[in-house]
Design a protein around this ligand. Structure first.
Ligand SMILES: Cc1cc2nc3c(=O)[nH]c(=O)nc-3n(C[C@H](O)[C@H](O)[C@H](O)COP(=O)(O)OP(=O)(O)OC[C@H]3O[C@@H](n4cnc5c(N)ncnc54)[C@H](O)[C@@H]3O)c2cc1C
Length: 360
């Protein structure tokens, strides 16, 4: 007899008996030096929706050295929708390192057996997710844009772009548990926080030995590139594309962004042409953004750009071509020359804001 899992049969596949003990939707909460990453709360909100469909609990795993700030993160996890927090504390977990975090998470998953584990598609989350999926020998769908549950077999339907972003595919991990997925910051909406919500805390103390880990953290040096654009969290983004014609014209986006208190984003060709740095690129191979207002000037709206910004609350497109694809999904459109319209908007908003300031 072979130990190989039964061959999956798509949505008709029924979970083997021994995997039915896996229950609950977990989020591994990312925190560094006591600061939780907002993507974790977006994922707790998403986990809540998935768990409600499955009729199971939401678990949040908070790892670190014991401290009041770690306790505060546990309390926040309840506020955003967790039912139970697995508080995993050990001095070896004080700074993120792949080895101790992956070891501990592998043990915790094998002990408590969640059916779904979600992480942010951040530098830390991508590293940890890959390491755990390997040690747990399970499937991981990276960079998902949508998560759902197939009612007929209770499996996670993890949707992500494929073939260079030209198609979306939905991936299921049928014959293994847990089912794992990563999601970029701002892809899911931030859930409302209810500070009165409480839940159970399960304390896990793994008793790690520093000698077991070859990597050591000697000190923490803050990133010197502190003035990197914080696109993912900007409320207003003025984005420029190839339609701006030449690098100097990108200044028109900076001028409008300054008046609106926003950031400047760009399409990929501008980064490739060296107009600006890649921290400003929006899209599949750049940042995913979700601002209140996204102004796209001289951007055609290719699918690889669209996946990074289509969840913005209000998209205003400025394009000379009335048939540009961006007008298919923009909320408001101006057919015209961005080189004339951007300065006109900057002047109009400056005037309006000056009037508002005088009135207040
Ligand atoms: C694997 C892969 C990953 C990719 N990842 C990304 C990504 O992350 N982000 C991204 O942006 N792209 C990405 N791309 C590239 C993407 O396919 C498009 O080529 C790119 O988004 C087009 O950029 P654009 O809209 O600035 O240029 P174009 O498609 O050339 O569009 C320029 C637009 O400007 C308009 N225009 C011209 N003059 C004016 C004017 N004076 N005023 C107003 N409008 C004007 C034109 O009508 C046109 O619609 C990726 C491609 C691949 C293959």
């Amino acid at each position: 007899m072979s130990d190989a899992p039964a061959k999956p049969q798509g949505r008709k596949f029924q979970l083997p008996e021994h995997l039915k003990v896996y229950q609950g939707v977990w989020v591994i909460v990312e925190q560094e030096r006591g600061q939780p990453h907002s993507v974790s709360w977006e994922l707790v909100g998403e986990a809540r929706k998935l768990a409600d469909k499955l009729g199971v609990e939401v678990g949040a795993v908070v790892l670190g050295a014991a401290s009041p700030s770690l306790d505060a993160i546990c309390a926040q996890a309840f506020g955003f929708g967790a039912d139970v927090v697995y508080k995993v504390t050990d001095p070896c977990l004080s700074e993120y390192r792949t080895e101790p975090y992956a070891k501990v998470m592998t043990d915790v998953v094998n002990t408590y057996k969640p059916e779904i584990v979600l992480l942010g598609a951040t530098t830390l989350g991508r590293d940890l997710a890959g390491a755990i999926a390997t040690t747990l020998t399970t499937g991981l769908t990276a960079d998902c844009t949508e998560l759902d549950i197939y009612a007929d077999n209770r499996s996670l339907a993890a949707t992500r772009p494929t073939f260079g972003g030209t198609l979306l595919c939905t991936i299921q991990t049928l014959a293994y548990r847990p089912q794992m997925a990563t999601v970029r910051p701002r892809v899911m909406s931030m859930p409302a926080r209810d500070e009165s919500r409480v839940g159970r805390v399960i304390e896990v103390t793994p008793h790690l030995t520093e000698d077991d880990f070859v990597t050591k953290v000697l000190s923490f040096i803050a990133d010197r590139e502190q003035n990197e654009a914080q696109l993912a969290f900007a409320d207003v983004i003025v984005a420029g594309g190839k339609g701006l014609g030449k690098p100097e014209n990108l200044q028109l986006c900076f001028d409008l962004a300054k008046v609106l208190g926003g950031e400047v984003g760009v399409s990929r060709p501008l980064v490739q042409a060296g107009w600006t740095t890649n921290d400003r690129q929006v899209g599949q191979t750049g940042k995913t953004v979700r601002p209140t207002l996204y102004i796209a000037a001289g951007i055609s709206g290719a699918i690889q750009h669209r996946v990074g910004m289509e969840k913005s609350d209000l998209i205003l497109a400025i394009n000379t071509d009335p048939n540009a694809p961006i007008f298919d999904f923009a909320h408001q459109g101006i057919v015209g020359d961005a080189l004339k319209i951007l300065p006109a908007l900057t002047a109009a908003f400056s005037k309006k804001l000056a009037v508002n300031r005088m009135a207040s």
